[in-house]
Structures are given as C-alpha cells and as structure tokens.
Design a protein around this ligand. Structure first.
Ligand code: FES
Length: 197
C-alpha cells in the first residue's frame, strides 16, 4: 500500500501481535494485573504478568485500542520478558516509538496505554508482595479520567509539548470530561518557567 503511514516493524507487530491474551482473563494465571485507559474512548488496556524473583517471566495483554496501541504494546511485551520489574517500570512511550521505527505524531498518544498498564501491574505486584508504592514516583494525578499525572505532563513538555493540542497528542489527556484542561495548561506554563522554552 503506497499510503501506509507506518514502519515495517509497526506493520509486523500490528498484523502479528505478540503475547496477546486470547482466552478469558482467567486462562492466564497471572501474578499481577494492570488495567488502564477509558472504555468510553474505546482504548482500554489490560496487562497480565507472571513474575518470579522480581523478573517478568511471561506476559499477556488485551486492548480495544488502535493499530498504534496494538503495535507498541506487542513490542513492549517482547521487551519486558526476562526484565527486572525495576527496569520495566522505567520504560516510556518514546522508547517503544523508537523501537518501532517511529509512529505518526498524532498517534504517539496511543503508545502510552501499554506502558501505563505495565506500571499499574507492577504496582499491583509490589502491593501483593508487601512493597506497595516502592517504585511509584511521587506524582499528582491531574487527569483523573485517564490517570495522567504531573510527571506525564513534565515528560511531554520535555518532548516538545507546548500547547493543549500537543499535550493531548502526547498523553491523551482531557479526552473524556475535559475538566483537567486548565490545571494541565497551568502546569505547562510552570514548566516553561522552570526549564525555559
Ligand atoms: S479529568 Fe476527565 S478528561 Fe481529564
């Protein structure tokens, strides 16, 4: 297809996604569970992990997201197998986009679903093993509908987001009730003061 916007790697992961949960959730006996996204936006993500001695030994995921969400989570699921939970916790959407050979700008926000679900699952595991919040960054949730924090906004700022539209492209913030917009824009303004434009 001449107008295909995606890299061959994205195409490969989209048409042949790895580690997808095929049956019911109970068919994969997981040690940890993470769910994120908003079903109203049609982009919910479920991630299940098997973990032994803090190493991720297996993973299954399921999403109602788009091609970019599918490709980036498929890539993520390959990367994290055999990885220590501490290292897995630090994976960011930019890492996945790079490994995928890029995504169209307006699609980058779709890649945040997988890594957020992954961190939620690791948080779940830490809670179950008596280490609740051990890896959680001190952060404040700004968009309650989508679980976007001040750290996510700061990260988007460092990646070039300077407007509400750019912030939405990077994080999906405000795509449900929208009441987080003012607070988010104040933060962008604040980061511009702190870091300069
Ligand atoms: S708080 Fe509802 S969309 Fe952000």
């Amino acid at each position: 297809m001449s107008d295909w916007l995606y890299s061959d790697t994205v195409k490969d992961h989209f048409t042949n996604p790895r580690n997808v949960l095929l049956g019911e959730e109970g068919s994969f006996p997981a040690d940890a569970r993470g769910q994120t996204g908003n079903i109203k936006c049609g982009d919910q993500m479920l991630m299940l992990l098997k973990i032994k001695d803090d190493i991720i030994t297996d993973v299954r995921w399921k999403t109602y997201g788009c091609a970019s969400a599918i490709a980036s989570t498929s890539m993520l699921s390959e990367i994290i197998k055999g990885m220590n939970i501490k290292d897995a916790y630090t994976i960011r959407p930019e890492d996945l986009v790079e490994k995928l050979g890029g995504l169209p700008n307006y699609k980058i926000h779709c890649s945040v679903l997988g890594d957020k679900a992954l961190r939620t699952a690791i948080d779940d595991y830490l809670e179950k093993t008596g280490r609740a919040g051990m890896l959680k960054e001190a952060s404040t949730e700004i968009c309650h509908c989508l679980g976007i924090t001040d750290k996510d906004i700061e990260n988007a700022f460092h990646n070039g987001a300077r407007t509400w539209e750019a912030l939405q492209q990077a994080t999906k913030i405000g795509t449900d009730c929208g009441t987080c917009q003012q607070k988010a824009l104040e933060l962008l303004h604040e980061f511009a003061h702190i870091y300069g434009n």
